[in-house]
Design a protein around this ligand. Structure first.
Ligand code: F6R
Length: 251
């Protein structure tokens, strides 16, 4: 796992966009797992700005949703699908035929998760995984504890996630209690993983992800066992941690 420390959040977004656009240049039809949350928003805006001046061509990408609340229709602004559309799919002009939506409103959510697993396999797996880091160490909605072989599935949100998502829903009572997430098994098999981490409130969990014990109790720590993971953090999140060398990371 490589760490790149940027001076500030804008620098984090630019560096993450550099890594992303290099990977897209190498394989324009990459399958991309797309996190929402606040942290990657600057990165996505940066990629769109580069595409507008011909520096990064995302038109052939396949965009794959990472997670979704249960029972929320696609058209609901608070759905993670809606957020992914507004921040990634629409600004980058990715055609609908190249978008894989995780249907949180499916009549049979377990069957929808199984079908999503099959569809990701059929697409050849994940080329580029863009992830944020949950304050409790979650990746997507792989809440603690999540083992390395945890599949794409329906989960119950932890109290910590209900608390941190309350801001998007108005109050904690309004936050859906259940969600779907692409599983740890898929995340750990991605060919390139870019994790963006910003702000002092992520400092302790970033340390645990990078160098704490590898444990289902901190799902992000399982990335220590994966190939080709680049963590891009701003100084506020990294604290005393310094950038590490590129050894072992293919770009
Ligand atoms: C969102 C997601 C979450 C977030 C995480 C960090 O699709 O999968 O795991 O990445 O909760 O969220 P922010 O970036 O808002 O701190």
């Amino acid at each position: 796992m490589r760490l790149i420390v940027a001076d500030d959040e804008a620098g984090m977004s630019r560096t993450a966009a550099d890594l992303f656009c290099e990977a897209v240049a190498a394989k324009p039809s990459s399958s991309v797992l797309v996190a929402t949350g606040n942290t990657p928003m600057g990165m996505y805006a940066e990629i769109a700005a580069r595409q507008a001046v011909g520096q990064c061509d995302c038109g052939q990408l396949r965009a794959i949703q990472l997670d979704e609340y249960l029972g929320i229709p696609a058209g609901d602004r608070r759905s993670l699908y809606g957020w992914m559309r507004r921040s990634f799919i629409d600004p980058l002009g990715i055609p609908d035929a190249q978008v894989m939506r995780l249907a949180g409103d499916a009549a049979d959510p377990d069957a929808a998760c199984a079908a999503f697993t099959t569809a990701i396999r059929a697409a050849g797996g994940i080329d580029i995984s863009v992830l944020g880091l949950g304050p409790n160490g979650h990746l997507g909605f792989n809440e603690p504890p999540s083992a390395a072989d945890a599949p794409t599935r329906v989960i119950t949100l932890t109290e910590a996630s209900i608390e941190s998502n309350a801001v998007y829903w108005g109050s904690r009572d309004d936050v859906p209690r259940r969600a779907m997430t692409v599983g740890m098994d898929v995340l750990l098999a991605a060919r390139l993983t870019i994790v963006v981490v910003s702000g002092e409130r992520k400092r302790e969990i970033l340390q645990r992800m990078m160098s704490g014990p590898v444990s289902p109790d901190v799902p992000a720590s399982l990335l220590q066992t994966a190939d080709n993971v680049v963590v891009v953090a701003d100084r506020a999140a990294a604290g005393e941690l310094a950038s590490t060398s590129a050894a072992g990371v293919r770009r």
